[in-house]
Design a protein around this ligand. Sequence first.
Ligand code: CDP
Ligand code: MG
Length: 138
Amino acid sequence: MLERTLSIIKPDAVKAKNAGKIIEMLESNGFSIIGMKKIHLTKEQAKKFYIVHKDRPFYDSLTDFMSEGPIIVMVLEKDNAIEDYRKLMGATNPEDAEEGTIRKLFGTNIERNAVHGSDSKESASYEIGFFFNELELV
Ligand code: CDP
Ligand code: MG
């Protein structure tokens, strides 16, 4: 079934100029980019985006990281996009990620892991709505 998911190229990967290589991987794996923007989140915006993690020990450090520099946010569309993009990203910790995945190739550590991807239909819906309105999606 055609699905949409939210992808973020995180500040580490944008700063390292890996965005082009990551976007190339998305397109060559069948994802269509139907919305895209480059923005610099404030700490407060990063805290709101990651509100599900508010009680986790890494919340403060994660939201510092996500607001330290610009990110590239995309809405991706494909059959089974949510699960397929999670597979292409690889495990949260790049050390555990499979060869050839985005996090294996471009991640540094469990926090600075290059990319974000929605983990369910519910989170995709919340996360897409956080960054885009329907008029911005083509
Ligand atoms: O991003 P993913 O869904 O794979 O992992 P998560 O459990 O939803 O965690 C969100 C983000 O928090 C991760 O992508 C990491 O950047 C960060 N994190 C961390 O810094 N330390 C952890 N132990 C777990 C996650
Ligand atoms: Mg997650």
